[in-house]
Design a protein around this ligand. Structure first.
Ligand code: GAL
Length: 427
């Protein structure tokens, strides 16, 4: 029987822009108003109306008996204009986190989950001079206001995904398609993470647990006999998957190239070593990679899904074994406790989410039985929500949201997850 220790935390994850609504001062708010940017013309203006309905959603989470919740605070809401802090917004987040704790739910707060205040984006966003100082200052403000009601912090969510979508693929703001800018943005986020990590520890001391939510995938060669495919899988994994995460573990990002790049105010990659108290993993899928001269911008790696495999509504392969492999590898590399900070599936009919959950949790239970220090799992997501450039089509929620009425309905997979969390064994 596969089981989980009493100390293991079962939770869910969300992000501010994807659920809150009512924030007009972010880069994503502005981006989504531009025609053609978001599938179906979806905009985060209202989303799940979570800013007004968070008490109801907290009650749902509590009724499911899930004892941990990862959320983000919206920088653009808290600092709508440079150096102008909206105390009322901070107070509301404080009430949210306090209510969570009263309900026996441990919060984990992300400072930067893809979105920026519009004024900062206008000054160059991630590439703006002083971006790292700005994030560190925001970290200080957040820690000062919320530090006594929150112990777990994430500085940045999925820096590799953000660098790629925003600066390489042109799909997210500022919609650039420049490999050099993507690399620079990635490096800037590392400097910003280090600055924010230090700021949080400085204000909150060692009791605060700070990490990054690393988006990690497996990259495997499409034709294992092809040395070009093997090489592409390796390069893709090294540059996209591993470089930021490795930097936080070893102080090396791109190997020998690190010495050539100096970041803002002389930041060196080596400073990133040991800047996480836990290792956060967002895991969704794997990539099967083949060498393709037509994919120069993506390092000549064409990614695909093997024929006949199970996929999500977004076409992502369901590959639970990858989670087991990644957890084991990174627990060892990082030397700190691991949390699965995201894992989930777009599945509108809810026919695949239950088995998906069980199979991914089974990988964790086995790793724990083998002595791997995995301490918690946050399912993405509690609610259906605004899925960035994909709009409102994909349904990731354990709870279904009817966007016309804002009614919530717990899906069968939600009840199944509640049962697993309660019994601590897998069916
Ligand atoms: C992650 C991201 C989340 C959510 C999820 C599902 O990359 O952190 O915000 O969108 O994917 O696609």
């Amino acid at each position: 029987m596969l089981s989980f220790p009493d100390s293991f935390r079962f939770g869910t994850a969300t992000a501010a822009t994807q659920i809150e609504g009512g924030c007009t001062t972010s880069d994503w708010y502005a981006f989504a108003q531009q025609p053609g940017r978001i599938k179906g013309g979806g905009r985060p203006d209202v989303a799940c109306d979570g800013w007004r309905r968070w008490r109801d959603d907290l009650a749902i989470q509590k009724s499911l008996g899930l004892g941990a919740y990862r959320m983000s605070i919206e920088w653009a809401r808290i600092e709508p204009r440079p150096n102008e802090i909206d105390q009322a917004a901070l107070d509301e987040y404080r009430r949210m986190l306090g209510a969570m704790r009263d309900a026996g739910i441990e919060p984990m707060v992300t400072l930067h989950h893809f979105t920026l205040p519009k004024w900062l984006a206008d000054r160059g966003g991630l590439l703006a001079e002083g971006f790292h100082t700005r994030l560190a200052r925001f970290a200080r403000v957040a820690a000062g206001a919320l530090g006594d009601v929150c112990r777990f912090w994430i500085t940045i969510n999925e820096p590799n995904v953000l660098a790629a979508q925003a600066y390489l693929l042109g799909a997210w703001p500022p919609a650039r398609q420049s490999p050099t800018e993507a690399l620079r943005a990635h490096h800037r986020m590392l400097a910003a993470h280090v600055a924010a990590y230090r700021a949080l520890k400085d204000v909150l001391g060692d009791d605060a647990q700070v990490g990054v939510a690393h988006h990690l995938r497996l990259a495997q060669p499409a034709r294992p006999e092809s040395s070009a495919d093997r090489m592409m899988a390796h390069v893709f994994a090294r540059v996209f998957n591993d470089s930021f995460a490795l930097a936080t573990c070893t102080g090396r990002m791109y190997g020998p190239l690190d010495a050539l790049v100096t970041g803002p105010e002389g930041f060196r990659v080596a400073e990133a070593r040991g800047t996480q108290d836990f290792f956060g993993i967002n895991y969704y899928s794997r990539d099967v990679v083949r060498f393709s001269p037509g994919h120069a911008a993506e390092l000549f790696a064409e990614r695909s899904v093997p024929p006949g495999v199970e996929v999500s509504d977004l076409g992502w392969e369901v590959y639970p074994e990858g989670l087991g492999m990644i957890v084991r590898a990174w627990a060892q590399r990082s030397g700190v406790p691991v949390y699965i900070t995201e894992n989930g599936i777009a599945d509108a009919t809810d026919s695949r989410r239950g088995p998906f959950l069980v199979r991914h949790l089974a990988q964790l239970a086995r790793a724990i039985a083998d002595g791997v220090d995995v301490r918690g799992y946050f399912h993405w997501s509690l609610l259906d929500n605004f899925e960035w450039a994909e709009g409102y089509g994909p349904r990731f929620g354990l709870v279904e949201v009817d966007y016309a009425t804002q009614d919530r309905r717990i899906r069968d997979s939600g009840h199944l997850y509640a049962k697993i969390a309660r019994e601590r064994v897998l069916p």
